[in-house]
Write a protein that binds this ligand. Structure first.
Ligand code: 13P
Ligand code: SF4
Length: 305
């Protein structure tokens, strides 16, 4: 089947079966074209609540589908590829946080949305990379434990020096693999390019950036900029997307290593096969877990208004 035929069939099937397709910005262009909602983690969470369809299909990784389920408990939420997980989401065990809270009752636990529902359930508030600064700045408590991403956490700590932010040792293995030398080399090779970086990169890489932001922020920066050359410091699918959208501009990779195998697991044919066969990729969470894990996400949406 040709790509166009498959896309037409997906569009027909999603209408027939009352599905809304949500796709993270890292998805390939053939998926973004058939999705109803595309964006970064925050946009996907926010929009999932407003959707009228009874069924949601998440094209991304598992924590994104879980988030959609937590925010829309009455809807049936599915994930296009059940093998797609985010390694960072599982780096810390919920019992570590429970013990920390017992020993440090004056701390607020802030969980990056790239966490399991179990970790969210023991956290006070969630953040995404685009909402973190605003949400953390509005917390009553100045003592904060930020989990799991030490890189995003240290970026927020620099932005908000009035807060006492403690970090654990989690990170995105993909973004964290980029070294400062690679950043320096990319800038040397492309001296006229603006350097746009995701805050999941190491602080020494972020320190060279002209702009730091979430995936949607990076895309919007390019859209609104009169500059014509950019080094893209996040997963390389964003560079591919920008090259298609803005063929008149030049985009360079920060590093060959910025390829998230989990985000690349979802293909157009996964979506087609799922909608056609009704294969059960449903996200289910116990009522108790869902109630506890929903609170920090709702809190994030409230504080980011
Ligand atoms: P965004 O919040 O920018 O979508 O980031 C999610 C993610 O997993 C980046 O690696
Ligand atoms: Fe997780 Fe990193 Fe992949 Fe994003 S790029 S989904 S944080 S492993």
């Amino acid at each position: 089947m040709k790509i166009r035929e498959m896309q037409d069939e997906i569009i027909r099937l999603k209408k027939e079966k009352d599905f809304c397709i949500l796709a993270h910005s890292y998805m390939s262009p053939d998926i973004l074209e058939i999705a109803d909602i595309c964006g970064d983690s925050f946009k996907l969470s926010e929009e999932a609540v407003k959707v009228k369809n009874n069924n949601l299909l998440m094209c991304g990784v598992r924590f994104m589908a879980e988030c959609a389920k937590l925010l829309s408990p009455d809807k049936n939420v599915y994930i296009s590829n059940t093998d797609a997980g985010c390694p960072m989401a599982e780096q810390i065990d919920a019992s570590v946080i429970e013990n920390f809270k017992k020993e440090n009752p004056d701390y607020t636990v802030v969980a990056y949305v790239n966490t399991t529902a179990e970790l969210k359930a023991v956290s006070d508030v969630c953040v995404t990379s685009s909402s973190a600064e605003k949400v953390v700045s509005q917390l009553d408590s100045d003592n904060i434990l930020f989990i799991p991403d030490k890189n995003l956490g240290s970026y927020i700590a620099k932005k908000l020096p009035q807060k006492n932010i403690r970090l654990l040792d989690g990170c995105c293995p993909i973004h964290n693999s980029v070294t400062e030398d690679e950043a320096i080399l990319a800038k040397k090779n492309h001296p006229s390019a603006l350097f746009l970086v995701h805050p999941e990169c190491r602080p020494e890489v972020v320190s060279h950036a002209d702009y730091v932001g979430a995936t949607s922020g990076i895309i919007n920066f390019v859209r609104n900029s009169s500059a014509t050359e950019f080094i893209i410091g996040t997963e390389n699918s964003i560079r591919d997307y920008l090259m298609l959208e803005y063929p008149e501009k030049e985009f360079y990779m920060l590093s060959e290593k910025l390829n998230c195998t989990d985000m690349r697991k979802t293909s157009l044919s996964d979506i087609y096969m799922f909608l056609k066969s009704g294969k059960s990729n449903e996200i289910t969470l116990s009522e108790d877990l869902a109630t506890k894990a929903n609170k920090p996400i709702e809190q994030m949406i409230l504080l980011n208004k």
